[in-house]
Design a protein around this ligand. Structure first.
Ligand SMILES: Cc1cc2nc3c(=O)[nH]c(=O)nc-3n(C[C@H](O)[C@H](O)[C@H](O)COP(=O)(O)O)c2cc1C
Length: 374
């Protein structure tokens, strides 16, 4: 789509948009949010209620969901590893659809950001190289925040198995009612561990040049695309992100322009860029966002520290097509509606971000009409 041909109306946050195979009712996206309510890593009805409450978003992207037993590194993080877990996701997809929403599953393999006590017994902590996290600790229920042991460097067979796990998980997501999947290539998890030099010290075809460091991401995306169709696949990236001990280096901008160019070739439905500068992370230069915009023809989602005004601004500047909201969606299940009404937003309670039950999860109210301030 040519940017010159857009009219002012096309820029509205509340206007519908086609993203790959899906027509979305607005450009407000619920960002992926790990909320740790999946007891024993099993999706449940509480989660279905939580997501259906938020179906006013044009697109919901679920919390990071592991395609592999080795990727379940966080306590109570859900998986889609076998048919039981996959069918337990059905109520979520069905209830979101019943409320008129669309939902993608974020496929996230935690890689080295995993504690053995959060993982099933037979799982292994895998990463491109055996580079231990220094300062990052991991919460284990009943024990607190613990040091994370060094990961095992993946063999080529491990890499092939992992790609296969992503492919099968994507098919399970579609079979159980999801509208698509988002491949989590951001925030220092397994895929980003391959892309970033801090965690990838390999000397084979998966390490060294950006062509090699991005090979795992592109192999995963290719396998998933061949399985479910590129029009149902999005990819999340975090250039200049430092979460989970990722590092910024000189070629970062050109590396991510290369990746976006390859994703354009693969014709995925969207690229979703996370910018965590509003959470204390380093600034993400605007130049990387506009360069990715230039080389990637399908939809761009931007995320991080947005409100209605800044979202409208960046859509109207042509920097992105949609905007994702993370923390605002925790306390405002009807966020899209509130923004459309210029209503006040509730503030989320950080103490219940990762707790196991319904408190701070499904008990945030919808806006009462009398409190709308225009
Ligand atoms: C509680 C919480 C959980 C998160 N979980 C995920 C996740 O599972 N996957 C992911 O890609 N990003 C995750 N993020 C990052 C958000 O998707 C988003 O990028 C970030 O909150 C910035 O957007 P905001 O300023 O609108 O909150 C999480 C953020 C928070 C606060």
């Amino acid at each position: 789509m040519s940017m010159e041909m857009k009219t002012t109306l096309d820029y509205n946050l509340f206007k519908e948009i086609n993203v790959g195979a899906n027509l979305l009712k607005n450009r407000v996206v619920m960002a992926p949010l790990t909320r740790c309510r999946a007891i024993d890593h099993m999706p449940n009805d509480l989660m279905a209620t939580y997501y259906s409450q938020r179906a006013g978003a044009g697109l919901i992207i679920t919390e990071g969901t592991s395609p592999s037993i080795n990727g379940l590194g966080y306590a109570r993080m859900p998986g889609i590893i076998n048919s039981d877990m996959a069918s337990a996701w059905q109520p979520t997809a069905r209830k979101v659809h019943d409320m008129g929403g669309k939902i993608f599953m974020q496929l996230m393999h935690s890689g080295r950001v995993s504690h053995p006590e959060n993982l099933p017994k037979e799982a292994r902590i895998l990463a491109p190289s055996s580079v231990k996290l220094n300062s990052t600790k991991m919460h284990v229920d009943g024990k607190g925040d613990l040091e994370i042991p060094a990961p095992v460097a993946m063999t080529i067979a491990d890499i092939e198995d992992s790609i296969e796990e992503f492919r099968l998980a994507a098919q399970r997501a579609i079979d159980n009612g999801f509208d698509g999947v988002e491949i989590h290539g951001a925030n220092g998890y397994l895929i980003d561990q391959f892309t970033n030099k801090a965690s990838n010290k390999r000397t084979d075809e998966y390490g060294g040049s950006i062509q090699n460091r991005s090979r795992f991401l592109l192999d995963v995306v290719t396998a998933v695309k061949n399985q479910i169709g590129a029009e149902r696949v999005g990819v999340r990236l975090s250039p200049f992100g430092v979460m989970n001990e990722m590092e910024i280096y000189d070629e970062m901008e050109s590396d991510f322009v290369y990746i976006a160019t390859q994703l354009n070739r693969l014709d995925v439905a969207y690229i979703h860029l996370a910018d965590h500068s509003s959470m204390g992370a380093p600034d993400v230069p605007n130049s990387i966002k506009s360069k990715i915009r230039t080389v990637f023809n399908n939809a761009i989602i931007l995320c991080g520290g947005y409100n209605k005004e800044t979202a409208e601004r960046d859509i109207s500047k042509g920097l992105c097509d949609l905007v994702a909201f993370g923390r605002p969606y925790i306390a405002n299940p009807d966020l899209a509606g509130r923004m459309a009404e210029n209503a006040r937003l509730a503030i989320p309670d950080t103490d219940t971000f990762y707790t196991p039950d319904e408190k701070g999860y499904i008990d945030y109210p919808y806006l009462k009409v009398e409190s709308i301030s225009i």
